[in-house]
Design a protein around this ligand. Structure first.
Ligand code: FES
Ligand SMILES: [Fe+2]
Length: 378
């Protein structure tokens, strides 16, 4: 199947038969209930693959960033063999959080009593060792979690028995095969961006393009208008993809020779369930990995990555990086304002659900179907 044949329904065309005309948004309580939030953490974030960020942001052995897997603090550490390891971010002695933020280190030293660990989590040093039973220290290592890098993104799961990410996202990989997303260079990462909103509202916002013309007046609205949006394949269990293509007078200069004519003008927008959001166009990709904090609070780790060929061919690559990041900082703040307003509006507690646009908001339904399936199977 070619990329264009998957994206043929725009806002003005009649609906294909398999798209229901009547679809409803979740109730307001879905975004404000603390009890529901707790259940989502335990049934989704403690169970499924969760997207953490870009592998390229920790390129060298000893490079790391810290993150949250649901409520659990974890470390993502580049290893000496160049793999990435996900480990529990707590000391085996009395549970002190070991690392904070991001950085680079030769080993992991607990700040409390200076127990030290190798990059792979093996316990290496214990001050005043004679005071402990030797058996308690032998072969001790930080808790290791399932970790997989796919298309340049790091995924982690508490469960060791999940279907591999590469298998579950095979359909997405097919759509994106000409882009080579794993090669994109990571020039901007923001690890802490707090949104006063439920994590699902941020997902909903990212995976629909109905809002783009109206919300993104200062950034991507004029170049990628709502009118040019096309929804992608529906019914995928673990992801959505649609196209928020460029308007004809804003087609980008394209340096990736593998892209076909259709791909050269598209801005693919993807939801990688539960918490990964990725938008890719011919020269850069804009991504977010969401960390739910509370029913009304979410941390977004987000960044911008660039096609290497584009940076090689442009006369002023640094300027292109700066301009693109500025554009997406603006787009992100436009999104954040609207999402936080949705959160505040949801505090009313109305029971009647709002209607969804078909087809441009159909992926909200796909996402909520995924949530329902995960909660039901717990
Ligand atoms: S808690 Fe880490 S060394 Fe004591
Ligand atoms: Fe947006």
């Amino acid at each position: 199947m070619t990329s264009s044949s998957k994206f043929k329904y725009t806002i003005d065309q009649p609906l294909p038969e398999h798209i229901p005309v009547k679809m409803l948004a979740p109730s307001q309580e879905t975004f404000t209930s603390s009890a529901l939030f707790e259940r989502e953490l335990s049934t989704i974030f403690d169970s499924d693959w969760v997207m953490m960020g870009r592998a390229g942001s920790i390129p060298e052995p000893g490079d790391y960033f810290t993150a949250q897997l649901g409520k659990r603090p974890i470390i993502l550490m580049r290893q000496k063999d160049s793999s990435i390891k996900a480990m529990g971010n707590y000391c085996l002695h009395r549970y002190t959080q070991l690392l904070t933020g991001c950085g680079s280190t030769k080993n992991i030293v607990c700040p409390y009593h200076y127990w030290s660990y190798a990059l792979d989590g093996q316990l290496e040093g214990v001050p005043n060792k004679q005071g402990f039973c030797p058996g308690d220290l032998e072969e001790a290592e930080l808790v290791s979690l399932a970790c997989e890098v796919f298309m340049g993104y790091i995924f982690v799961s508490l469960k060791q028995d999940r279907v591999p990410v590469s298998t579950r996202l095979a359909g997405l990989a097919e759509v994106l095969s000409n882009f080579g997303l794993e090669r994109y260079e990571d020039h901007f990462v923001e690890h802490q961006d707090t949104w006063n909103a439920n994590w699902k509202l941020i997902c909903h916002n990212f995976i629909e393009s109905y809002h783009v013309t109206y919300t993104h007046k200062k950034s991507i609205g004029p170049t990628n208008p709502t009118k040019a949006a096309e929804y992608g394949p529906v019914g995928e269990p673990y992801h959505t993809v649609h196209s928020n293509s460029y308007a004809a007078d804003h087609f980008p200069e394209v340096f990736n020779t593998r892209l076909d004519d259709s791909e050269k003008t598209r801005f693919y927008v993807m939801g990688v369930f539960p918490n990964g959001l990725i938008a890719i166009e011919p020269n850069f990709v804009w991504w977010m990995a969401l960390e739910p904090v509370a029913a009304n609070k979410t941390n977004s780790r987000w960044g911008v990555s660039f096609l290497p060929e584009t940076l090689k061919r442009l006369d002023e690559p640094e300027q292109f990086i700066q301009d693109t990041v500025e554009l997406l900082v603006t787009a992100t703040s436009e999104d954040k304002e609207m999402v936080e307003r949705m959160q505040r509006g949801s505090m009313f507690g109305a029971e009647k659900a709002g209607p969804l646009h078909a087809p441009l908001e159909i992926h909200i339904k796909d996402f909520d179907d995924y949530i329902r399936r995960q909660m039901a199977s717990a």
